[in-house]
Design a protein. Structure first.
Length: 119
């Protein structure tokens, strides 16, 4: 994953343990409109923990109402994956102006000539 993810300050000072926090941040980073559906294996691999560890973290996040987990199915009713819906209290809302500003700031940082900086 590349880029940046905004999280609310209340998550930083929450009582989440570090694995639950990393799992929630991962889901937030992967979400679009607060929803995403990565596999447990993908989450575990990308944040470098076991599948069992991420399953416990997801269970904790559901229990503490940080996220809602719903089973996704295909037309025949076969379960395909889980849909994770992040509690809106933990999502940041960005206006188009904020997105444009952040993009410009990132571009300026990348384009800045760090080697020829004047003291």
């Amino acid at each position: 994953m590349n880029g940046f993810t905004k999280i609310k300050n209340n998550l930083i000072v929450s009582n989440l343990n570090h694995i639950d926090f990393r799992g929630l941040c991962y889901l937030i980073a992967r979400s679009k409109n607060g929803k995403c559906f990565p596999s447990v294996g993908t989450i575990a691999k990308e944040i470098n923990v076991s599948k069992r560890t991420i399953l416990r973290a997801i269970d904790n996040l559901v229990k503490d109402k940080y996220i809602v987990r719903e089973q996704r199915t295909i037309g025949t009713g076969k379960i395909t994956s889980n849909l994770y819906i992040i509690n809106k209290d933990y999502l940041t809302k960005q206006s188009n102006e904020e997105v444009l500003h952040e993009t410009q700031v990132q571009k300026e940082l990348i384009d800045y000539d760090w080697l020829n900086e004047e003291e």
